[in-house]
Design a protein around this ligand. Sequence first.
Ligand SMILES: Nc1ncnc2c1ncn2[C@@H]1O[C@H](COP(=O)(O)OP(=O)(O)OP(=O)(O)O)[C@@H](O)[C@H]1O
Ligand SMILES: [Mg+2]
Length: 291
Amino acid sequence: MTPDLLEAGAQRTHAAQARRVTHPTESGGRTPSFGRVRQHHELDLTHGRILYLEDVCVSFDGFRAINQLSLDIAPGELRCIIGPNGAGKTTLMDIITGKTRPDSGRVFFGSTIDLLRHTEPEIAQMGIGRKFQKPTVFEPLTVFENLELALKTHKGVGASLVFRLQGEQRDRLAQVLSTIGLIEQAHQLAGRLSHGQKQWLEIGMLLMQEPKLLLLDEPVAGMTDFETERTAELFLKLKGQHTLMVVEHDMSFIEQISDIVTVLCEGAVLAQGPLAQVQANERVIEVYLGR
Ligand SMILES: Nc1ncnc2c1ncn2[C@@H]1O[C@H](COP(=O)(O)OP(=O)(O)OP(=O)(O)O)[C@@H](O)[C@H]1O
Ligand SMILES: [Mg+2]
């Protein structure tokens, strides 16, 4: 992106933010600054937004799955996305991760990285981690080996090369094991873990790659109540250190973790705010929550 485009883009972002004067933002009214040269792909959070979507549209065979969707997320936030089946929640994640290209609109990571100019692997490498619903851990390997592998894969170390964990990486692995609550299972085969433990391991594998933004699609589906509660604790721990976007239908889980909730419907934002507020919204009750 040339500096001119970059500045023009930031100005549009700023203008869009200015239009929302009635809604105070967490950025505290900061304005764009272009005071120093940034390194390629360095995440610029000076606008107080880690993710920014504007007027995004996606159609599949003439069907508008995403319809002029605009959304932004502050660094360190834990944003919950809810909404009826087919609302476009998974498609939203597909767009952010580069799996689906929108027909129009803008998608930025920080204020300078135009995600629409990058491929899926590049986006992952830049620090956007995604967890799909089905756990994809390597069952014949131990928990420890899975975490080690996540690090190797991320670093692009070929399988034939001898790879030894450096001290710092060892510390991180130990820390991730503790965060996901699997210290005691470290040397157990992943195939022998419960469904919930596999999900935590997969989140741990993402954490090994030190993502800045984590996208989690229905993370507690199929979990027991106990596992769901542990997952809520895990997400609350991760909040602040990482930015999380969590799609879920389990409202008791949303209740435990939610800060700001975005309700998607027919590919656009129907409502947004604290859970109690969106739960009281007539349209949300009508299309999703029921009476
Ligand atoms: N690759 C695709 N090709 C055609 N249609 C698609 C494709 N991906 C999604 N859709 C359609 O787009 C709409 C949004 O789907 P999406 O999977 O994003 O919904 P969702 O909000 O994640 O729903 P759920 O809560 O059931 O997971 C649906 O009508 C779906 O059928
Ligand atoms: Mg979905």
